[in-house]
Design a binder for this molecule. Structure first.
Ligand code: SAM
Length: 339
């Protein structure tokens, strides 16, 4: 075992940290923050409940000592957090971090893209569930045109970002967009990843029958394009990757429903109010904000995080698949824990 490597009960090392910087979002995607629930009177976290940038940096340094090498900022919509580029600049200076990414719906990239790039960010995951305007406007719940996001993807690429596009596929909702999205991003040479619709949270009305699994998506794509699987880049890589044989453009699949990857899950998550979760499907977290605000030393915080990780046994997706259906009914919402 490497010097700074902490292992959980299933021998999984801690390598990645996803940090949610806000629970707010400018979209009301039907499967994530449906507007019937996240309406005008919804109580989002008050500002002083959010971790400050300084607190996030202090915690991140401790996570790096425990083996974390990759950071992803998420939310809610991370670009809604005021001056998030300043956080990127602070995180970029931490020694030991090899990679910082950010996941966004892309709407504010025109506005903040260059500041984020100057601050040191190089990787973006941009969520886009359809290029057909009617479908996309309906899905995002805010009548935002797909053209806005497509233009911002081009802009992000033009200023130097490495971009991947993520599409959550729901049967009968946007599966007719699989081939048009494949064609569009193949021509652009931008990796497109299909995410199986997951039973995160309790508000999205998830049902197994709405999930289009990787096998069926591959079949659909292969009926038109010649694609071939490519090898894993590293242990714990989330996406199963393929490439178009003619152009080499990549497509990937996040198969948390049909082929769970819990056994190689090396991710911890911090919610915007500073709770540590070791699974996207968890129902309770460990309050790091309380630790940090009550004056605990970095050493004490490190020991607490180490304990949480060492006790970790979770493998929700494996158990859900074995159970052939949803298990835990009190899961944390994706917008809160950070997707
Ligand atoms: N607002 C940012 C964005 O749009 O990328 C970051 C947060 S969002 C929760 C992160 C990702 O989670 C998005 O790609 C979103 O589509 C995905 N997501 C949300 N709910 C999901 C679900 N039930 N199943 C699969 N993916 C989901």
């Amino acid at each position: 075992m490497k010097k700074n490597q902490v292992l959980d009960q299933r021998h999984r090392p801690l390598r990645d940290l996803r940090i949610s910087v806000t629970d707010r979002c400018n979209f009301r995607c039907t499967y994530c923050m449906p507007k019937e629930i996240f309406g005008d009177d919804y109580q989002f976290l008050p500002k002083d409940h959010l971790l400050t940038f300084e607190e996030i940096v202090r915690l991140t340094k401790i996570f790096v000592e425990l083996g974390v090498k990759k950071i992803k900022l998420t939310g809610g919509e991370p670009l809604l957090r005021k001056d998030v580029y300043k956080l990127i600049a602070m995180l970029s200076k931490i020694e030991g971090i090899h990679d910082i990414g950010l996941t966004t719906n892309g709407v504010y990239l025109k506005k903040y893209g260059s500041k984020l790039y100057e601050a040191g960010l190089r990787r973006l995951n941009i969520s886009l569930d359809a290029i057909d305007d009617d479908t996309f406007r309906r899905l995002n719940g805010r009548d935002v045109s797909a053209k806005t996001v497509l233009a911002n993807i081009d802009y992000a690429v033009s200023i130097g970002f490495s971009v991947k596009v993520n599409m959550v596929v729901q049967k009968g909702v946007n599966d007719h967009q699989i081939l048009p999205m494949t064609e569009y991003f193949k021509n652009k040479g931008i990796p497109l990843r299909f995410i199986e619709f997951m039973d995160v949270g309790n508000t999205n009305g998830w049902n197994m029958k709405d999930v289009l699994i990787k096998k069926d998506i591959v079949k659909m794509i292969s009926s038109v394009y010649s694609i071939e699987p490519i090898d894993e880049n590293y242990f714990g890589e989330v996406a199963k990757r393929y490439r178009h044989q003619d152009t080499g453009s990549e497509i990937g699949f996040i198969t948390s429903v049909s082929e769970p990857f819990c056994s190689s899950c090396t991710r911890a998550r911090i919610s915007s109010d500073g709770k540590l979760y070791t699974c996207l499907y968890a129902h309770e977290g460990f309050d790091l904000r309380d630790f940090i605000r009550s004056g605990k030393s970095p050493e004490e915080i490190k020991m607490a995080i180490e304990r949480v990780w060492q006790n970790r046994k979770d493998q929700y997706s494996v158990e859900r698949t074995e159970n052939k259906g949803m298990l835990n009914k009190n899961k944390i919402e994706m917008s809160y824990i950070g997707g």
